[in-house]
Design a protein around this ligand. Structure first.
Ligand code: GAL
Length: 380
């Protein structure tokens, strides 16, 4: 039943897009080589505007595509899966020539991708891999396993178990740590957690690191939709349930700055970092401006910087390649199996940022201004 509905939807979409383009290349994908960019349109579907990074991603992709003369339909889905599905359906019926999609739930878009394939529209999966569909044509992202390794290494550095150059640090532990992961429906969350746990495992095994809550499985530590408030509540619960005996949390593995801010609020409300008390070592990711300020102020320990300008550039290059009826250049053709096929990928490197790196990595590179770092607010 479901597949028949999808086939019907696919044909309807195809019929509509053919009408929209009047049989010419423009609209509906396929055969677009040599077209005037002004006649080509790219649908860009982003998950949410509650996180700065996705605003930066959306803006960068749109600006770069428009600079090349393409039409761009940029939509944010408010972290609501049906909204994202509808927005993509609409992009298809309106005759998009390429889709760039950062999925909310990586497993929820098979129907939309089938419709896109039926209309010959290439799909580029942006930062988060779309799973369980043969119709993902390319993937642009960062080395997500290395993000997890970098987060775990930053935690070890913060606790003094390692030096930044990887050598053994002055501290011996044992230390109490708690672990957080991202949204289970986001493929990246698993890569981050795997990279982190592979790095922390020897320290957990020999007792240098203790997880007093006992929660070490990704299912136990995941935060649905990467919500800051949910992370804050989980940290509050952990403090109440596992640290009400006078013991301290020394470090928290956090995979994303939004979660880190929730975790930090919970810790601060419990007295950490207040009146001379120590703050736990809290990691992060994305170099969001509010967190970079916290790092600058000595509250958050670190973040992992992923330059969304470079990611946007790769997405634009991939879109252009498809519009010229060629294949985008991949630098990884083995890692990202989406449940149906290995998706050719372009993966970018990542960089850990501690307080002393803010100037060179973020300000000198023009990613953030000194004023933004000082205020913790993005400029318009
Ligand atoms: C992930 C992404 C991270 C972070 C997180 C929450 O998919 O790779 O960088 O942004 O989503 O938005």
């Amino acid at each position: 039943m479901r597949s028949r509905v999808l086939i019907a939807l696919g044909s309807a979409v195809l019929a509509l897009s053919m009408t929209a383009c009047g049989g010419e290349g423009a609209g509906g994908g396929g055969d677009t080589a040599g077209e005037d960019p002004a006649d080509l349109s790219i649908g860009v579907s982003m998950p949410t505007q509650t996180s700065e990074r996705w605003i930066a991603d959306g803006t960068s992709v749109k600006e770069k595509l428009e600079a090349k003369g393409y039409q761009v339909d940029l939509q944010y889905a408010g972290d609501d899966i049906p909204t994202q599905s509808q927005q993509i359906d609409q992009m298809i019926t309106q005759g998009a020539d390429v889709l760039i999609v950062a999925a909310i739930d990586g497993t929820a878009l098979s129907g939309q991708l089938q419709a896109a394939a039926s209309a010959n529209i290439p799909v580029i999966s942006y930062d988060r891999l779309i799973r369980d569909s043969p119709n993902v044509d390319f993937y642009v992202s960062f080395d997500n396993y290395k993000v997890g390794v970098a987060q775990a290494e930053a935690l070890l550095v913060g606790l003094g178990l390692r030096n930044a150059d990887g050598s053994k640090g002055a501290a011996n532990g044992p230390f109490n740590v708690e672990l957080f992961a991202g949204s289970l429906d986001d493929n990246n969350a698993h890569f981050f957690f795997d990279g982190a746990m592979d790095t922390l495992e020897p320290f957990l095994d020999d007792g240098t690191l203790l997880v007093k809550s006992g929660q070490t499985d990704i299912e136990q530590v995941a935060i649905l939709r990467w919500q800051q408030e949910t992370a804050q509540r989980r940290m509050e619960d952990l403090l109440t349930s596992s640290y009400n005996d006078g013991s301290q949390v020394d470090g928290v593995l956090s995979p994303y700055d939004g979660l880190s801010r929730g975790i930090i609020t919970a810790l601060q409300n419990a007295g950490y970092g207040r009146s001379g008390a120590d703050m736990a070592v809290v990691t992060g990711q994305d170099a969001e401006v509010a967190s970079v300020k916290l790092i600058n102020d000595g509250v958050q320990h670190s973040t992992v910087f992923k330059d969304t300008r470079l990611l946007a550039e790769q997405a634009v290059l991939a879109a252009e390649a498809f519009l010229e009826d060629t294949e985008p250049q991949a630098n990884d053709t083995t890692t990202y199996e989406n449940g149906v096929k290995v998706v050719p990928s372009y993966l970018l490197p990542v960089q850990t940022v501690y307080k002393e790196d803010i100037q060179t990595a973020l300000i000198d590179s023009g990613y953030l201004t000194a004023e933004e770092v000082a205020s913790g607010q993005a400029e318009g």
